[in-house]
Design a protein around this ligand. Structure first.
Ligand code: FCB
Length: 446
């Protein structure tokens, strides 16, 4: 059976982070407020009132963090740019200090032999844009295009590949439908115009990147959906959930059309948001890569109460992470084969842009993370052995960080961060990943 040592010779090894989760320095050097600053300040929004105001203080400690990446032997580092650091009100004047920060970071990464893989938007929308409706306002897509142009003017000479958005599914559903993430809106299915406008933003940004000879990717959170039984009601519920979580965010980009949204009771024009020509803008036939953020499969049953057309149920036979997420590595192979079957030639090369798990701080060494990563990498190798083109793996995350509504409680890092002192301590999984990267290189070079 193929395993992680059989991954392709030019496979890229990486780690991922996001601006609001690690940078801190929320009020420094002209950064404007983001929706996450506002949301985290709301009593009860984030566990124990934690905020990203300091986070890992990466804004000041980035040289130490790059040294940690170098110690791992990473090929690539996925991080995100904070739009409110670069353009504090989202549309007004540019903040030179914000651009200068990423300029230094990119140069230092390149100097360390690490390819930067920036994400333009990882959920920290400038609050000033949210005050005008955020992603519910179509204009935000155009502001995102402007921001893409100005950032690539500065960094495009050194950074060849860009991820437009991170997980528009999670941002739409948690941020605008359920209200458990910023900006904390509870619109249920009426949140879906926010999805359309993010997809439009992706399409506009991808054209700008392509016009400039740069590569465009999109990172989606994808989950294989399994019906709780073969009962037709469970099958219909599973199909509705697959439409919402996976197809709504992938079909328009790869196929140029939305899936059948009537399964969700949503009109085809997504409450008037979809205008003529939009799908041509969103459709990105030349997408250079699809990023997959994979954590777990989802089991779905027929609804037991009126409201949503599905119920999400546990997978009791699987082990669970500290976050309570089921661990089913085979589901990654299933997902990759399913993507090939669904999209065929329209499927661009794939990269795992996030995969990892939270482990309780008291579990030392953090063997559950080593087991999680090795099992998922083996599952990935089984898919590449079937001919699926997967180019790299960016584990979530380099550092323990601000895990959104969970604050600092869920620790996903290869490196432990003591948030009182900012002291970084590599965990057992750091050493394991370093040794795996080195061994894979040696093994493939033979
Ligand atoms: C993903 C997010 C990432 C991180 C992981 C655990 O949904 O993209 O920022 O929080 O989950």
């Amino acid at each position: 059976m193929p395993d992680r040592f059989d991954l392709p010779a030019d496979f890229r090894w990486g780690a991922a982070t996001a601006a609001y989760q690690i940078e801190g320095a929320a009020d420094e050097d002209g950064r404007g407020p983001s929706v996450w600053d506002t949301f985290a300040a709301r009593p009860g929004a984030v566990r124990d009132g934690h905020t990203g105001a300091v986070a890992c203080d990466h804004y000041h400690r980035w040289p130490e963090d790059i040294a940690l990446m170098q110690g791992l032997g990473l090929d690539g580092y996925r991080f995100s740019l904070a739009w409110p650091r670069i353009r504090p009100t989202g549309a007004g004047p540019v903040n030179p200090a914000g651009l200068a920060f990423y300029d230094r970071l990119v140069d230092a990464l390149l100097g360390a032999g690490i390819t930067p893989l920036p994400t333009l938007f990882h959920w920290d929308l400038p609050q000033a844009l949210e005050d005008h409706g955020g992603w519910l306002n179509r204009d935000t897509a155009h502001r995102f295009a402007d921001y893409t142009a100005l950032v690539t003017d500065r960094l495009g000479d050194r950074v060849p590949t860009w991820i437009t958005l991170n997980e528009p599914f999670v941002h739409t559903v948690f941020g605008y439908a359920l209200g458990t993430h910023a900006p904390g809106r509870t619109l249920m299915f009426e949140a879906l115009p926010a999805a359309h406008h993010q997809l439009l933003a992706h399409g506009l940004a991808a054209s700008i990147l392509h016009e400039r000879g740069l590569e465009a990717m999109l990172s989606n959170n994808l989950t294989p959906v399994e019906p709780a039984s073969q009962d037709p009601a469970d099958l219909a519920a599973a199909s509705a959930y697959d439409t919402l979580h996976n197809r709504l965010f992938t079909d328009p980009v790869l196929l140029g059309r939305y899936p059948d949204l009537s399964l969700l009771g949503v009109p085809d024009d997504i409450f008037g948001a979809v205008r003529p020509g939009d799908l041509d803008l969103i459709h990105t036939p030349g997408l250079d890569g699809l990023g997959l953020n994979f954590y777990n499969p989802t089991r779905v049953a027929a609804p037991t109460a009126p409201g949503l057309p599905f119920d999400l149920v546990d997978i009791p036979e699987a082990p669970h992470t500290a976050f309570g997420w089921p661990v089913v590595p085979d589901a990654l192979t299933t997902l990759l084969l399913h993507l090939r079957d669904t999209y065929g030639k329209a499927l661009p090369p794939l990269t795992i842009t996030e995969n990892g798990c939270s482990v309780d701080e008291s579990t030392t060494p953090d063997q559950p993370r080593i087991d999680f990563m090795s099992a998922h990498l083996d599952a990935l190798a089984r898919a590449t052995a079937e001919g699926i083109d997967v180019r790299g793996y960016y584990t979530w995350s380099l550092l323990d960080n601000f895990e959104w509504a969970e604050g600092y409680h869920q620790r996903f890092g290869l490196v432990h961060v003591d948030f009182a002192t900012q002291h970084r301590t590599p965990k057992a999984s750091y050493t394991w990943y370093r040794d795996l990267i080195a061994a894979h290189r040696l093994y493939r070079a033979r």
